[in-house]
Design a protein around this ligand. Sequence first.
Ligand code: UD1
Length: 311
Amino acid sequence: MAHIFVSGAAGFIGSHTVDGLLRAGHSVTGVDNFRSGRHENLSAALASDQFTLIEADVAEPGAVAEICGRQPTDAIIHLAALVSVQESIANPELNHALNVRATHLVAEAARLHRVPRVVFASSAAVYGNATDLPIRESAEKKPISPYGAAKLASEALLLGHGAAFGFAVRCQRYFNVYGPRQDPASPYSGVVSIFDRRYREGKPVTIYGDGRQTRDFVSVHDVARANLIAATQSSLASGVANICTGCATSLLEVATIFAQHYPKAAPVAHAAGRSGDIIHSLGAPEIARAELRFRAEVAIATGLAELIRLP
Ligand code: UD1
């Protein structure tokens, strides 16, 4: 069994990743500064004696290295980040500190403590407005936000460090992740989390545009499993892979599934399309299939039903 360091452990993807690692029998040191992470996300993990939680800021020089030095670490899963594209536009300096500088510090910690493997939370945002679908990893990378640029820069920082200092790096380009524990707080939160809250509160949801825009919605359970594979398969060489389903789902389809579960809900409201919104986003899942042997298993209807059933 391996010992894994998870940054951003109390976040949406982080906490599910920790839960998956513990279920598979690994021991985990989780770090979070609770800027966007939440203690309650870790309520299951904290009951395990294989889990250690440390409140620390990975953007603080030396913090990750100090923690990694406490015991041999088989892999770092680096998920801590400024997660909002809008916030990266409002505060590019903070985006650089939390999404670029922090990644360099993680790469340095891996070098200093000879951690053999780093898994990084990258994003489909590195592709920008790609129109040639499905989007392959080799597609042109043209980020259109400081957030997307930081994710692309971080991939390069980690891959360069890994090649020079002899550790494997897996960059996981997540598409539209949804599921339990996703924060619906901002108007720019993931659409599924916003819809879930609105239907629960009996309020109408708003679709921006005609609702025919499509996304590759991938369940956080699948994402957590992809992270576990990337962190624990020691034969895996460095590389980049989309973490997606390869299936396009329109917003109208998402709203229809919700409406089936909430037959008395108010009808969907429509508003003008959001400026800068891309119409279609769809990932090519083949590299993850070939290299990670990962295939997303949760169909959108199943994933939404699980979310809706939660108390
Ligand atoms: C997502 C990411 C973003 C990334 C981009 C490209 C999230 C929250 N955002 O944006 O970080 O840069 O992929 O990879 O994961 N919508 C509604 N009603 C609502 C909310 C949203 O109709 O109440 C629409 C949006 O206009 C959009 C679609 O739903 O057309 C999806 O929106 P969203 O969940 O914000 O994700 P992306 O726009 O794909």
